[in-house]
Design a binder for this molecule. Structure first.
Ligand code: NAP
Ligand code: MG
Length: 834
C-alpha cells in the first residue's frame, strides 16, 4: 500500500505549526544537502555503452536513428536510444506470438514462479531502479523509493498469486493473446508494472512501449527480466516513435490494447480499435475533487491535500486538483493551506530533502504556465511563494476566486496547480464534484462517518478516498468513470481486462475498407415503407388494428415520425402487426426518461429491485402460451420451441432477480490500515440494441434484466425483425411495478436507433449485438463521450447459459468503485509504507 504522506516535513511537527513561535523556529531551521549517490545508475548506463535499443525476444537490438534521453533536473543527457524502426515491431510481434504458445499453456505454478522471480529481482534492484527513475523523470528520489518501486514490486507479487490460482478462481476464462501496452511518462515503472503483471499472470504476452522521454526504467526492467529467467518474447520493449505507437494499435495480430495517457489519445484509440473484436482498456485524465466539510480534521485535510496535489509535481492523473471547501471554514482552511505551501521546498530530484522536483519537460512547463495565465486573465488570485531553481521547475500554486466554468476548473492541468472553490451544503458539494467530464478519483474529508459514506457513494468516480488521498494497492482496482476511461488496473476486477470467456473467439481483428467507407451513411433514417395489405379476420371484417407504440417513461407513445414498419409472419403470408419506426426524436425522449429514472432506481434497495424482476417473471409466466404462439408466428420455431424460449426467459429473469443482492462488491485485501471496499455501482443509462437472431424474447430479456436489476435505466431497441415479443411485454411491465423510465423500448430500424444511442451525450454505455458493421459504427461513435461499449458480432446461442447469462452481463452492468476508509483513533491520513 502506498500512502503518499511522504513530503519531507514529518507530520507530528507539522501539526504543531499553527503556533507562531514554532513556525518561526521551523523556518529558521536549514537543511544541509543530502544527495543520493547516482554512481551505480551511471555505471549501469555505461554497461550498455550509453546506448539502448529495443528489447526483442530477450535480446537487445540497436537499430535506427539515435535520440537523447534527458535528465529533467538539469537538462543533461543521460544516455541515448535507437528509435526502433517499424520493421522491428514486426519482429517483436512475431516473437510474442511464438512465445504466447508456450507461455499461455504453462502450468499455473510455473507462471507464478516466473512472476515471483520478477518481483524478487525487482526488489533486489530497488535502489538502482529508484535512482534511474528519478534521474530520467525528474521526480524526487524519496517518492520513487518509498512509493513507485515498492508498489511496482507489490504488483508482481500480487499477480504471481493470481497466476497460481487462476484455474480454480476463473475456470471459464482464458488469456487473450498478444497485448500492446502504451504507457506515459509520469509513472514509467509503476505503469509498466500495473500493465505487465496482470497481462503475464493471465497468460498473455506483451509488447510494451514506454513514453519517449522516460524509457530507462523499462530498459532496466528488461535487464531484470533476463536475470529473472523469463523466456524471450514474453515481454518485448519497443522504443519507437508515434508511428510505432499507431502501428502497435492497428496491427491485426494484436489482441488487446492497454493505454494510459491523455483523453484525446484515448478517444483516438477507441475509434482505431472499433469493430475489430479486440479488447481496449483506457486509463486517462482526471480533474479530481477534494471535498472538505466543516466537520473535517482540518490539519489532516491540509496534509492530505498537499500530498494529493503536489505529489510528483502534480503530474498525476488522480491528483486532487479541485478543492471544494465548505463556505464557513473556507478562509481559515485556505490560510492553513497557504501556510503549509510556504514550507514546501523545490529542488533537484536526487536531493532527499526536497518536496517537489522537476517537471518532465519544457512543453509541460509551458502548458502549466499557460493555464495559470488564463487564471490571471480571468481575475483569479494566484498564490505562489516557493522559490524554484532555474530550469524545468514550477512552484506549488493555489488559485482562488475562480468560476466553475473556467478552464482551470474543468480541464486537467497536470501540474502543481490547485484550484479552490466553495460550497454550502453536501448536496451542492456532490453536484460540484460531479460537474466534470472526468470521473477518475475523489477525496472527502470529514469526521462524520455517515456524511463521508454518502459522499463517497454519490460522487461518480472509480476511486474514492475518505480522509486520505493517493492510496493504492495491487489488490484494489484503479480506473475511471466517464472520460477518465474504462477498465480497471489491479484487483480481481483488473484481470478481466486480460481475459476472455473460453467460448469466445479471438475476434476478427479487422474491419473491411467498405465498412469504413460507408460509415458516414450508416444509421441514417430511411423513409419507412408503406403499409402492406390490411389484415383480415375470420369474420371478413378488417381486424381491429393492433399497432404497438413505443414504451417511453412507463407509457405508450406514438412514434414521432408517424411511420410504421410491417412485421410479417415467418412465411411472409400474414401481417402480424405494425410497429412504430423510431427516429432520433423518439430515442432522445427515451434517453431523457431514462436519465430521469436512473438516479432513483439506482438508489432503490436491491431487495426491491429483485422483487420487481420476480414479479415480471411471474406475470410473463401467466401468459406464456400467448408468448410461445407469438414466437412461433414470427420465427416459425414451432410452439414447443417457443414455449422453451419463454420458459428460459422466465428462468433468466429469476437468475438476475437473484443477483440483485448478490453482486454488490467485496472487501479488498489491501495493505492499507483501514477498509478498502469495492462497490459495484450502476453504469447509469445504458442504450441497447438486440440482435436479429431466432430468439427475440430471450435475447431481449437476457440484455435488459441484468442491467435493470443492477440499478441502471435502459433504452432498448428490440430485434428489428421480430419486435413483437418485446412489445407484447408492455402489459407485463405495466402490471409489475417497474417505475416508469427504467425500461424504455424504441422499435424500428436497428441502425438508426443504434447510431443515435452511440452518439448521445447522456448515455453512459452502449450494448450492441449484431454484425461487424454495426459494432464498428457503434464503437467509433461511442468515442464522442467515451461511453463504455459491450458489442458482439459473432452471434450467441442465447439458450446456452454460458453464452446468454452470467457474470459477463453483470460486469457490463456495473462500474467498480473502490472506497478507501482509514481506521484508528485519528482517522486522517492513515497508511503504511511498503
Ligand atoms: P499522450 O500523448 O497521451 O502520450 C502517452 C503515451 O501515448 C505515450 O507513450 C505516447 O507515445 C503515446 N501516444 C501518443 N499518441 C499516440 C497515438 N496516436 N497512438 C498510440 N499511442 C500514442 O500524453 P503526453 O503527450 O505525454 O501528455 C499530454 C497530456 O496528457 C498531459 O499534459 C496530461 O494532461 C495527460 N497525461 C495523462 C496521464 C495519465 O496518467 N492519465 C499521463 C500522461 C499524460 P508517443 O509520444 O511516442 O506516441
Ligand atoms: Mg527523461
Amino acid at each position: 500500500m502506498l500512502s503518499l504522506r511522504t513530503l519531507s516535513l514529518p507530520s507530528p511537527l507539522h501539526r504543531t505549526l499553527s503556533t507562531p513561535s514554532i513556525t518561526s523556529l521551523f523556518t529558521s531551521m536549514s537543511y544541509g544537502p543530502a544527495p543520493e549517490d547516482d554512481s551505480a545508475a551511471r555505471s549501469w548506463i555505461k554497461s550498455h555503452d550509453g546506448k539502448f535499443g529495443a528489447f526483442i525476444n530477450g535480446e537487445w537490438i540497436k537499430e535506427g536513428e539515435v535520440v537523447d534521453n534527458v535528465c529533467p533536473s538539469d537538462g543533461s543527457i543521460l544516455s541515448q536510444t535507437h528509435q526502433a524502426p517499424i520493421s522491428l515491431l514486426d519482429r517483436a510481434i512475431e516473437s510474442s506470438e511464438i512465445a504466447y504458445k508456450s507461455w499461455s499453456t504453462l502450468p499455473p505454478h510455473h507462471r507464478a514462479r516466473h512472476l515471483y522471480s520478477i518481483a524478487r529481482n525487482l526488489q533486489k534492484h530497488s535502489r538502482l531502479l529508484s535512482v534511474i527513475e528519478s534521474l530520467d523523470n525528474g521526480k524526487p528520489i524519496r517518492e520513487v523509493r518509498d512509493g513507485d518501486v515498492g508498489l511496482a514490486v507489490r504488483h508482481f507479487y500480487y499477480h504471481a498469486g493470481w497466476a497460481q490460482v487462476l484455474n480454480e478462481e476463473m475456470p471459464n476464462y482464458s488469456s487473450l493473446g498478444v497485448v500492446s501496452q502504451i504507457i506515459p511518462w509520469n509513472f514509467p515503472l509503476l505503469m509498466l508494472a500495473w500493465k505487465i503483471a496482470p497481462a503475464l499472470s493471465t497468460g498473455n504476452t506483451v509488447i510494451l512501449k514506454p513514453a519517449p522521454n522516460t524509457r530507462l526504467s523499462a530498459f532496466l526492467f528488461a535487464d531484470i527480466l533476463k536475470e529473472s529467467g523469463l523466456p524471450g518474447g514474453v515481454v518485448n520493449v519497443v522504443s519507437g516513435d508515434n508511428e510505432m505507437a499507431e502501428a502497435m494499435v492497428s496491427d491485426t495480430r494484436i489482441d488487446k490494447v492497454a493505454f494510459t495517457g491523455s483523453t484525446n489519445v484515448g478517444k483516438h484509440l477507441q475509434k482505431e480499435t472499433a469493430g475489430r473484436g479486440i479488447k481496449l482498456s483506457l486509463e486517462l485524465g482526471g480533474k479530481s475533487p477534494v471535498i472538505v466539510y466543516d466537520s473535517a480534521d482540518l490539519d489532516g485535510a491540509v496534509e492530505g491535500l498537499v500530498n494529493g496535489i503536489f505529489y510528483n509535481q502534480g503530474q498525476v492523473c488522480c491528483a486532487g486538483s479541485r478543492l471544494l471547501v465548505q463556505e464557513n471554514i473556507y478562509e481559515k482552511f485556505i490560510e492553513k493551506v497557504k501556510r503549509r505551501m510556504s514550507t514546501l521546498r523545490v529542488g533537484s530530484s536526487l536531493e532527499k530533502n526536497i518536496d517537489m522536483a522537476a517537471l518532465i519537460d519544457e512543453t509541460q512547463k509551458k502548458r502549466i504556465q499557460e493555464f495559470v495565465e488564463i487564471g490571471r486573465e480571468e481575475g483569479a488570485d494566484v498564490y505562489q511563494q516557493t522559490e524554484c531553481p532555474d530550469g524545468c521547475y514550477y512552484p506549488p500554486t493555489l488559485i482562488t476566486n475562480v468560476q466553475s466554468t473556467s478552464r482551470l476548473v474543468q480541464e486537467e492541468i497536470f501540474g502543481p496547480v490547485l484550484v479552490a472553490q466553495t460550497f454550502r451544503t453536501p448536496t451542492e458539494a456532490i453536484k460540484l464534484a460531479n460537474n466534470s467530464k472526468y470521473g477518475l478519483s475523489a477525496g472527502v474529508w470529514t469526521e462524520q462517518l455517515g456524511l463521508a459514506l454518502e459522499t463517497a457513494l454519490s460522487v461518480k468516480a472509480g476511486v474514492l478516498w475518505v480522509n486520505g488521498h493517493n492510496n493504492f494497492d495491487a489488490a484494489a482496482g484503479f480506473g475511471g468513470y466517464k472520460e477518465s476511461g474504462f477498465g480497471r488496473e489491479g484487483g480481481k476486477e483488473g484481470l478481466y481486462e486480460y481475459m476472455k470467456l473460453k467460448w469466445k473467439s479471438r475476434g476478427q481483428k479487422t474491419v473491411s475498407d467498405q465498412i469504413i467507407a460507408r460509415s458516414d451513411n450508416w444509421g441514417k433514417e430511411t423513409l419507412a415503407p408503406l403499409p402492406s395489405s390490411p389484415t383480415s379476420s375470420s369474420t371478413g371484417l378488417p381486424s381491429v388494428d393492433r399497432t404497438p407504440k413505443m414504451y417511453i417513461g412507463g407509457a405508450q407513445k406514438r412514434p414521432d415520425g408517424n411511420y410504421v414498419l410491417p412485421i410479417m409472419s415467418h412465411d411472409g403470408e400474414t401481417l402480424l402487426g405494425q410497429v412504430g419506426a423510431g427516429n432520433r426524436k423518439d430515442v432522445r425522449d427515451a434517453v431523457q426518461a431514462a436519465n430521469k429514472a436512473a438516479l432513483g432506481w439506482g438508489k432503490r434497495a436491491a431487495y426491491n429491485r429483485s422483487q420487481i424482476l420476480f414479479f415480471i417473471a411471474e406475470n410473463l409466466s401467466i401468459r406464456k402460451e400467448e408468448f410461445a404462439k407469438r414466437l412461433d408466428a414470427m420465427t416459425g420455431c414451432g410452439e414447443d420451441e417457443g414455449m422453451k424460449e419463454v420458459e428460459e426467459s422466465i428462468s433468466r429473469l429469476f437468475t438476475y432477480a437473484s443477483y440483485a443482492d448478490k453482486y454488490g462488491g467485496s472487501v479488498q485485501e489491501t495493505a492499507f490500515y483501514g477498509v478498502t471496499t469495492s462497490v459495484n455501482e450502476p453504469v447509469g443509462v445504458i442504450g441497447m440494441v438486440c440482435d436479429d437472431g431466432e430468439r427475440p424474447l430471450l435475447s431481449f430479456i437476457s440484455m435488459i434484466a441484468p442491467a435493470i436489476v443492477r440499478g441502471n435505466a435502459v433504452v432498448v431497441a428490440p430485434s428489428e425483425k421480430y419486435p413483437l415479443a418485446a412489445t407484447d411485454l408492455y402489459q407485463v411491465l405495466d402490471t409489475s411495478d417497474l417505475p416508469g423510465g427504467v425500461l424504455n423500448i424504441v422499435t424500428g430500424e436497428s441502425a438508426v436507433i443504434a447510431k443515435t444511442l452511440a452518439e448521445h451525450q447522456h448515455i453512459d454505455g452502449v450494448w450492441y449485438f449484431g454484425d461487424v458493421e454495426g459494432c464498428y459504427n457503434v464503437q467509433k461513435r461511442a468515442a464522442g463521450n467515451m461511453k463504455r461499449t459491450f458489442v458482439c458480432s459473432e452471434g450467441r446461442d442465447w439458450m446456452v447459459k454460458q453464452q446468454g447469462e452470467g457474470e459477463e452481463f453483470l460486469r457490463e452492468s456495473s462500474e467498480v468503485k473502490n472506497i478507501w476508509m482509514p481506521m484508528g483513533e485519528s482517522m486522517s491520513g492513515a497508511g503504511a509504507a511498503y
